[in-house]
Design a protein around this ligand. Structure first.
Ligand SMILES: NC(=O)c1ccc[n+]([C@@H]2O[C@H](COP(=O)([O-])OP(=O)(O)OC[C@H]3O[C@@H](n4cnc5c(N)ncnc54)[C@H](O)[C@@H]3O)[C@@H](O)[C@H]2O)c1
Length: 255
């Protein structure tokens, strides 16, 4: 059986953990060679270890997606390692808690917390696309998937900067999709609902039942369930799909 991404070169940001790690592993399972990026470099190396142990081919790099020279170095390494860039999963992100702004309403949010969340969750995605697209244009096309969230589609009290950033990711995704549609680059977004990862562990421990009650399936998602949607959007089976966003959320957005 032919693999979905045989011979492709892929890049995953935030690949040390959670959804990024699961997706790096899934892209490799489908035949892609994968550059795993994360500011937590040791974790990125662990993901590479998982992929290589399963017979795949991966390399890692550290760096911060909000730092343009780190992003340039990441893209350059993918191209140097694998000769081209076909698939990019721009996924690195942080929660309100990581910006010390958990449970704060809009008027309580500091400018520092706002800027931190927007920098990582929105500007980081812009910088990645800015430096990935020239290589995809040179290579005759590609597929970009950005991680938004159901928070990119609905409001969530006490998460103003996270919600604004994720809505922004969907806007960026739609715009880039239109700009490059005739040059073979497809750009889509995945909108996970509540998924059990290190990012959500604390919130789930504190508010588990309250969160589950918002999900028609009444369970949390697994990172691997998000990865399957990303693999599909990245491969030729999604050849007519661009500018779209897909919820993978156990029914949350429909409810
Ligand atoms: N877990 C959920 O319920 C959920 C729901 C919707 C959307 N998301 C989004 O999915 C993405 C992945 O989240 P996750 O749940 O797997 O979390 P996670 O914390 O397990 O993984 C995020 C990874 O991103 C990395 N990272 C953070 N800031 C970075 C930066 N500036 N530069 C490089 N790497 C950076 C972290 O080191 C971490 O390894 C995020 O964009 C998040 O907003 C998660």
């Amino acid at each position: 059986m032919t693999l979905l991404l045989e011979g492709k070169s892929a890049l995953v940001t935030g690949g040390a953990s959670g959804i990024g790690r699961a997706t790096a592993v899934a892209l490799s399972r489908e035949g892609a060679r994968v550059l795993v990026q994360d500011r937590a470099e040791a974790g990125a190396q662990e993901t590479v270890g998982l992929i290589n142990a399963a017979g795949g081919q991966a390399v890692s790099i550290g760096g911060d997606v909000t730092n343009e020279s780190d992003v340039q170095a990441m893209v350059a390494m993918a191209v140097a390692s694998f000769g081209r860039l076909d698939v990019a999963f721009n996924n690195a992100g942080i929660s309100p808690a990581a910006a010390n702004s958990a449970l704060q309403r809009t008027h309580e949010l500091s400018l520092t917390a706002w800027q931190k969340l927007i920098d990582v969750n929105l500007t980081g995605v812009f910088l990645c696309m800015k430096h990935q697209i020239p290589h995809m244009l040179a290579g005759g096309g590609g597929a970009i998937v950005n991680t938004a969230s159901v928070a990119g589609l609905v409001g969530l009290p006490t998460a103003a900067a996270y919600v604004a950033g994720k809505h922004g990711v969907i806007g960026l995704t739609k715009t880039a999709a239109m700009e490059y549609a005739r040059e073979g680059i497809r750009v889509n977004a995945v909108c996970p609902g509540y998924v059990l990862t290190p990012m959500t562990q604390d919130g789930v421990a504190r508010r588990g039942e309250e969160l589950l009650n918002k999900v028609p399936m009444h369970r949390l998602g697994r990172p691997e369930e998000i990865a399957e949607a990303v693999v599909w959007m990245s491969c030729e089976r999604a050849s007519f799909v661009t500018g779209s966003f897909y919820t993978v959320d156990g029914g949350y957005y429909a409810a």
